[in-house]
Unconditional design. Structure first.
Length: 479
């Protein structure tokens, strides 16, 4: 149908869009870095000749180089606009990336709002391909991945055009300090541990560039300046230890983060349990509508309830007897089979002995050997009939009581339906209990909130084809 085809097309478009965006996200910094490096030229000292570092056969003062730069600039502009495309796509759905504003004390509502946003981003074909661009950031910083993209391009590409290594090192150290200040003030990530770890990484970048600049002060025999008197092994060891310490720090914050997630899940479960207890207490203390209190369902009429209770008790007793008989028959069948096998082996042995005894006479008279009659008597053919005619008193009683109960229930049904105004009473009860569906819906929604993200994805993937099948089948207008 039309709605099913639209759903499938939207899903296919969403999958291809996500794959394309993810591919561009992965290759963007590397491609831009190569493009920037292809613009770097080096000059031969004393000759005044400049050549392209990526291809030394190209003279940087030649027309060929000018045409090459024109092509690179055009491609570079295209790649540098990719983060702006991310920004445009995110801006279109930015209003769907916010949870409703509420008080910080309303933890339950905050949980429900976050779950609603998660369900929406899993089912919305426009949000699904953009998840990796805004997941992990605070709602007001939905665009921060664009800033991150340009930051990576800045460090991996733009620094390569700085003329000398020393200047390049100090520019990188300065950019690292700027990043440290920005991330400390903005704190764009949802998790505080992620923000702290990111600030530590910015410090590491700044210190690495600074240390690299100091390592360039080498006169061929040893380091000068701040690192004077330090051997190359010591300088390398300092760099290794500094970077390993960041790994240790990352492992510490990772463990802290997992512990906080576990505690948060426990708090969420406790809060939801308390909320459900409060709702149950409120519902228990809240009086039902009078029409429901005055109404007695047919199954709760004392005479009818007594009939059903007697039938249930008799059915359970009959079921136990049937199960006992089945177990006994299984044991008897196994014993009978074993006895039959023994009898068959004995008869075969006797038959073989008779054949061997008659063999000489048969050979001398050339008369055919008459086989002994091996027909086995049924051995009391009335056994099966006796088994089938075995009396089952509990089942007989149950059948008898069911027959008696039918007439009693028919009489009770007539009496119940003959009450004055019974149709109007039932209509009023149905109208008063119309909020029951809302309670069921809320219970299902709470169940969705309590499950993990991976289970929620399974739930959505399960429901989506069912929804499409309902839309394609009969009654699809009400799906």
């Amino acid at each position: 149908t039309g709605s099913g085809q639209i759903e499938r097309r939207a899903r296919i478009l969403s999958q291809h869009t996500e794959a394309s965006l993810l591919l561009s996200y992965l290759v963007l910094p590397t491609v831009v870095s190569v493009q920037f490096k292809s613009l770097r030229c080096s000059e031969l000292e004393g000759l005044g000749v400049r050549y392209l570092r990526a291809d030394s056969s190209i003279d940087c003062d030649s027309p060929e180089y000018d045409a090459f730069v024109g092509n690179i600039i055009w491609l570079l502009t295209v790649y540098l606009c990719i983060p702006l495309a991310y920004l445009g796509l995110l801006y279109r759905v930015s209003d769907r990336l916010h949870t409703p504003a509420g008080t910080d004390d309303d933890a339950q509502q905050k949980i429900l709002d976050e779950a609603a946003l998660k369900l929406q981003e899993e089912s919305d074909p426009e949000l699904r391909p953009l998840k990796f661009l805004y997941k992990g950031y605070r709602p007001q910083y939905w665009y921060w991945e664009v800033v991150e993209s340009y930051r990576r391009i800045l460090f991996m590409s733009v620094l390569t055009v700085v003329d000398t290594p020393v200047r390049r090192g100090f520019v990188g150290a300065g950019l690292g300090l700027v990043g440290t200040f920005v991330y400390r003030e903005v704190a764009p990530y949802q998790r505080s541990t992620t923000n702290v770890l990111n600030i530590a990484v910015q410090y590491q970048i700044s210190l690495t560039f600074t240390y690299a600049s100091l390592l360039l002060n080498h006169d061929g025999t040893g380091y000068t300046g701040v690192l004077a008197g330090i051997g190359e092994e010591t300088a390398g060891g300092i760099m290794v230890i500094a970077n390993l310490s960041m790994w240790i720090l990352g492992a510490y914050f990772g463990g802290t983060f997992l512990r906080k997630v576990q505690l948060q899940n426990e708090r969420i479960q406790e809060a939801i349990a308390e909320q459900m207890a409060r709702e149950a207490a409120h519902a228990e203390g809240q009086a039902l509508p009078q029409v429901i209190q005055d109404f007695t369902p047919f199954a709760e009429v004392p005479e009818v309830a007594a009939i059903f209770e007697g039938l249930v008790a008799r059915a359970e007793s009959a079921s136990r007897q049937v199960q006992k008989e089945i177990d006994g028959e299984r044991k008897s069948t196994r014993r009978t089979r074993r006895a039959a096998k023994r009898l068959q082996r004995q008869k075969e042995k006797q038959q073989a002995e008779l054949v061997l005894e008659d063999l000489p006479a048969a050979l001398s008279s050339s008369s055919p050997i008459t086989k002994p009659n091996t027909a086995v008597s049924a051995g009391g053919g009335t056994g099966g009939d006796a088994e089938s005619e075995r009396s089952l008193p509990e089942i007989a009683r149950f059948r008898t009581e069911v027959g008696e109960a039918q007439s009693k229930l028919a009489a009770q049904t007539d009496a119940f339906c003959s009450q004055k105004g019974i149709i109007k009473t039932c209509d009023a009860v149905l109208a008063a209990s119309g909020s029951g569906f809302e309670g069921v819906y809320l219970a299902v929604w709470n169940l969705i909130v309590l499950v993990e993200g991976s289970q929620l994805e399974v739930y959505i993937e399960t429901v989506r084809p069912l929804k499409m099948a309902a839309e394609d089948g009969p009654g699809r207008g009400q799906a």
